[in-house]
Design a protein around this ligand. Structure first.
Ligand code: ATP
Ligand code: MG
Length: 441
């Protein structure tokens, strides 16, 4: 960036300097031309005083002294007098615009290249009272020769200016870039407001991203620690049972009991690992899930049917209410969501309790309610049950095979579907979870 700003500044300066030099040369040359023409006009005024044809010789001194060429043209364009003595010639006035202009408008002027290299001849012609035209010409330096003669000093000044602007560009670049460099080192310091206010949004974004990265890293770290901890318990019990069987001291009935323990712990490990895999799948945001039109009522019906036996085992009734309502979503995810909510409602229920699942459209949305008459969730835990591995009553959850990941998965699914969730729960009375799916068509 520094290099780019520096070279841009130098380029602007060089272009500026060259343009100025060129412009100044042109302005100077224009002034020079005006001056020469003004001089010619003065000469003409002076020479006019003489009775032209006869006395013109008398003005010869000044003509001679100033290196002028004086020509007098008759009305028909013949040369009556010429200080170079080329009388009688008829000059082609189309090649001499100043004569043409003088006959037409009373005066005319022109500049033509001289035969001599690098010089120009300036002409000024005026029509006299008798209709004849008097022309005075003077040879002077051309633009080219002026430039050539001024070239060494112009080049010197230009070079000096370029060197000065290079130094200035260097200084300005450093001045411009230093606050940004300082910022790069101090990005975390929130009190250090940036010198360029345009950078504020960028810094805010970077700071926010940085905080997010730290937060995510912390969550990951906690998650890894939790996973390890959760894996440890069933593995320890598997290892313990296996050791007892290995020692040969266990009786046959014990061996069967231990094998059942191993089986249970292994199943728990499998559930846990499945949930973790599912969570990490949902975490990966690269692939957008396949969304389709789904009949939520029908999916809830399938889920209720599937859990019917399970509910009966827990001495809990499960019912479905409501009417057909459609959402746009991923079938597998919605099935998982329904399963997790209904499974919790059965699992954390009381004997002879009930679970009611309700699906109905409301305005342009679809609402899913899972209500139970279970143990409820104490207020202080309600905010946290969607966290990974969070369980209100660890022993109850574990004894029913819970991993504490179900609602974390639900939360992910809700985000993917832009759905909102509302939790109403009273300890000892029951829980009501309401999910609202937006109309996404
Ligand atoms: P998993 O669903 O992964 O098998 P889990 O049921 O313990 O395990 P979550 O579904 O995430 O995990 O629920 C977290 C905790 O919230 C539960 O352990 C339980 O304490 C509480 N909870 C969830 N649903 C209910 C409910 N309907 N009634 C009472 N408590 C609930
Ligand atoms: Mg659960």
């Amino acid at each position: 960036m520094k290099k780019k700003i520096n070279s841009s500044l130098i380029m602007i300066a060089v272009v500026g300097i060259l343009a100025t030099v060129l412009l100044l040369t042109l302005v100077y040359y224009d002034l020079f031309c005006r001056q020469v023409t003004e001089d010619l006009k003065t000469y003409v005024a002076f020479i006019r005083q003489y009775d032209i044809a006869g006395d013109l010789q008398e003005s010869g001194t000044i003509v001679h002294k100033e290196g002028l060429e004086v020509t007098l043209f008759s009305i028909d364009g013949h040369i009556i007098y010429d200080s170079n003595e080329t009388y009688g010639q008829v000059e082609d006035s189309s090649e001499q615009p100043e004569i043409e202009a003088a006959f037409a408008d009373g005066e005319g002027q022109a500049v033509r290249k001289s035969n001599t290299l690098n010089r120009s001849t300036f002409y000024y012609a005026v029509q006299l009272n008798d209709g004849s035209v008097l022309r005075v010409a003077k040879e002077s330096e051309s633009l080219f020769s002026i430039v050539v003669s001024a070239l060494p000093s112009l080049a010197l000044v230009t070079c000096m200016l370029i060197v000065v602007s290079m130094a200035l560009a260097h200084y300005l670049t450093a001045k411009l870039v230093t606050p940004i460099e300082r910022l790069a080192v101090n990005l975390e310091d929130k009190n250090d407001s940036p010198e360029y206010e345009e950078l504020s949004p960028l810094i805010d974004t970077i700071q926010k991203q940085h905080q997010d990265i730290i937060k995510n890293a912390k969550i990951r770290q906690e998650f890894t620690a939790n996973v390890s901890h959760e894996l440890k318990t069933p593995l320890t019990s598997i290892s313990g049972y296996a050791e007892l069987i290995e020692s040969g001291m266990a009786s046959e009935t014990d061996t069967v009991r231990f094998a059942r323990g191993i089986h249970k712990s292994a199943n728990r490990l499998l559930t846990l690992i499945n949930d973790i895999i599912r969570l990490s799948e949902l975490d990966g945001t690269e692939e957008a899930p396949h969304f389709e039109r789904l009949n939520l009522y029908q999916l809830a019906e399938t889920c209720v049917d599937m859990l019917y036996m399970n509910a009966e085992k827990h001495h809990v009734t499960i019912d479905l209410k409501g009417m057909e309502s459609y959402i746009t979503g991923n079938k597998q995810m919605i099935e998982e969501l329904l399963y997790n909510l209904c499974d919790n409602a059965i699992r954390y229920n009381n004997e002879n309790g009930s679970v009611t699942v309700e699906v109905y459209p409301r305005q342009r949305n679809t609402v899913l309610v899972v209500r139970d008459t279970g143990i409820g969730i104490p207020k202080e835990h309600q905010d946290r049950i969607f966290e990974r591995f969070y369980r209100v009553d660890k022993s109850r959850s574990k004894s029913t095979g819970g991993t504490g990941l179900g609602l974390a998965i639900v939360k992910h699914i809700l985000v993917k579907h832009n759905a909102s969730i509302e939790l109403k729960s009273e300890s000892g009375e029951g829980t009501e979870i309401t999910v609202t799916f937006p109309d996404m068509v």
